[in-house]
Design a protein around this ligand. Sequence first.
Ligand SMILES: [Zn+2]
Length: 275
Amino acid sequence: MIDSWQILRVGACRHPEAMTLKGGHWCPVSFPALVGLIRHRTFGPILFDTGYDDRFFAATEPLPERLYRLATPVQFDSADSLPVQLARLGLTPDDIAGVFVSHFHGDHVAGLSNFPKARIVCAGEGLKRIRAGSRFGRVRKGLLSALLPGDIDGRAAFFEAMPRVRLNNDMGPFTHGADVLGDGSLIAVELPGHCPGHWGLLIRPEGGKPVFFIGDAAWSIAAVADNRPPPAITTALLGETATYRRTLSALNTVSQTGAVELIPSHCEVTAAKWL
Ligand SMILES: [Zn+2]
């Protein structure tokens, strides 16, 4: 049972709009890092991703990891860290019962170590990739293994191993998801293409519209509405362009009925609507 949900803005990064939208301009634009806070009646508060954190700067201090910081300049103020924002809402880090990881890019998991008691729900494939290959190879893919909590193996549960459930018609053409808690309240839905192991989270709050946190499957709500992908050079760098575009088209279909609220992780319009 989901009592409520909200989003929080935990830092931002800047890069040219044309990297994220075909035909966009080349001036740097600010992209917020949005985090979901979902209150489950019995399980407790759950986060959708963590946004930026001071740990991001520590992890990107040495080379080659510093290249990540240079490629996407980050705006982050410790006074607005996720633990500080949660404290304003009356929550301590230990109160967080779970963290849903959409994928393991640095801007989504930088604060993961702030929540030592949380169960971590993620794609096994994503966790595998952040540990594989060379340091340079990982940085090129936006992966910073220093951000992983040391005890993650003992706390992680994988979407791939969770019970598969059929989705309601309002989510078509998506047909199936993974039942995260086993009570149908949190459904992980694979959104392939952005990077290996990229999943969104569907919630159906009590008496409200369903909400689908779509992570980086789209850079903005306008990109979903117009079915307008980033240029192939961006999607090919991190994931698979054809797969990304198929996922974006499916999200475009979901968006057309207006029955499900879509929340992209880096959309300024979404931030303005809900913050
Ligand atoms: Zn991201």
